[in-house]
Design a protein around this ligand. Structure first.
Ligand code: GLU
Length: 434
């Protein structure tokens, strides 16, 4: 088991994925997840009443968060918490801090969480939160004040058996620590109220790397299933935040060549494979991977169209669209980010025989270890790292096998397969309750 540590990039929150801007900011995320849902629902002839319940979220909260900024001015932020479905357990999902966060995006991400938790069989429903802000431009004091304000405003909607937030793009363990602390002021010490906390405050060992580790497991299984030797595979990863950087490290430990990675400032490429130690140390010293000695610069757009075996979009949604899909050369795409491929691009990739492993499977490692963290908090008993990684491995491989089996049995795309596996579980729970 590797325990390699990733160098922190800065004091500002890096979060679950990095915030490389997608190629098409006009993407309607809710439409993407609705279309994906509908394709699977039609395929499996899902009960119309269940469809009705699942097509829209259970509850949506929009809140005002006034923050006194360091310059003395009052700024008003808007926060969202969307609770999509909880038939299988409490609502669960991250909180995103990004300047383009809106209700539509959070709604779509909340639905993805319902499918994700069902797919890896953790007893949660799906939710998502977000605040429209640019955390990279805020001081630690401003971020803390905004986070505490947000925690107060959504206090009535969350709870250890009601809704458990976690990190997402632009948020991290420190943000979760402030949320837990704020919740505790009113309710007393309650570590299980959020996951992704610092280990010191009740976080789980292995949570930080969990999403990247899950991406590694799924990449390994997909390569095995589709006849790509991971030891000789050439891989490009868009995004070098928490998810992309851990995925790069763990996949390269399997022998694969990571030939390109990128962050908001741009990408780097090395024909023979990047020396990741050098990339991490350059990132630590300069705040970006760009300019790492011995590498060539590529743009984020160019990275997506490199001649590689596996492409891993690990930044924001909407990376592969009608604008660039025909230039994509990889034969296997692993969606480490949420919704990186639009439905149009997805259809094009299918017609070209490109396999796309969907987000709800590829990046489910994060919420899986969030479940382990919640369990440890409720039982007040800590697991060691090997146990966390072992349990994660079991659940991810089981989910992969279920998706792959349906994909081959029913001759349907991996995404439709993943959705049908997840939807069947949510639908069964719905029928049992109603
Ligand atoms: N934000 C992560 C996701 O999209 C993790 C959610 C969680 O741990 O609850 O899956």
């Amino acid at each position: 088991m590797t325990t390699a540590t990733i160098a922190p990039t800065s004091d500002a929150p890096v979060g679950e994925a990095s915030s490389v801007r997608p190629a098409a900011p006009h993407v309607n995320f809710n439409q993407i997840t609705n279309e994906q849902f509908q394709e699977a629902a039609d395929h499996m002839k899902l009960d119309q009443e269940v469809q009705l319940l699942l097509r829209t979220p259970y509850r949506e909260l929009i809140v005002q968060i006034p923050v006194r900024m360091d310059n003395g001015k009052l700024e008003l932020f808007h926060g969202f918490r969307v609770q999509h479905n909880a038939v299988r357990g409490p609502y669960k999902g991250g909180i995103r801090y990004h300047h383009e966060v809106d209700l539509n995006e959070v709604r779509s991400l909340a639905a993805l969480m319902t499918w994700k938790t069902a797919l890896v069989d953790v007893p949660f429903g799906g939710a998502k939160g977000g605040v429209t802000c640019d955390p990279t431009q805020m001081s630690r004091k401003e971020l803390q004040s905004m986070t505490r304000g947000f925690a107060q405003k959504i206090d009535m909607a969350i709870g250890i058996y009601r809704d458990i937030p976690a990190p997402d793009v632009g948020t991290n363990a420190q943000i979760m620590a402030w949320m837990m602390d704020e919740y505790g002021k009113k309710h007393g010490y309650t570590p299980a109220i959020v996951t992704g906390k610092p280990v010191n405050l009740g976080g789980s060992l292995g949570r930080d790397e969990a999403t990247g580790r899950g991406v590694m497991i799924i990449t390994r299984e997909a390569c095995k299933a589709f006849g790509t030797d991971i030891k000789n595979a050439r891989i490009a990863i868009q995004g070098f935040g928490n998810v992309g950087s851990w995925a790069a490290r763990l996949i390269s430990n399997l022998g694969a060549k990571i030939v390109a990675v990128s962050d908001v400032q741009g990408g780097i490429f090395a024909e023979k494979g990047l020396d990741l130690d050098k990339v991490f140390s350059h990132l630590k010293n300069t705040g970006s991977v760009v300019g790492t000695p011995g590498t060539k610069s590529v743009t984020n757009e160019e990275l997506l169209t490199l001649d590689v075996d596996v492409l891993i979009p690990a930044a924001l949604g909407g990376a592969i669209t009608e604008d660039n899909v025909d230039d994509v050369k990889a034969k296997l795409i692993i969606e480490a980010a949420n919704s990186p491929v639009t439905p149009y691009a997805d259809q094009r990739l299918r017609s070209k025989g490109v396999r796309v492993v969907p987000d709800i499977l590829a990046n489910a490692g994060g919420v899986t270890v969030s479940y382990f963290e919640w369990v440890q908090n409720l039982q007040q008993f800590n697991w060691d790292l090997d146990k966390v990684n072992h349990e994660l491995e079991l659940r991810m491989v089981k989910a992969w096998n279920a998706v792959y089996q349906r994909h081959t049995d029913e001759k349907i795309p991996l995404r439709t397969s993943a959705y049908t596996v997840a939807l069947a579980k949510v639908a069964e729970a719905s029928r049992q309750r109603f």
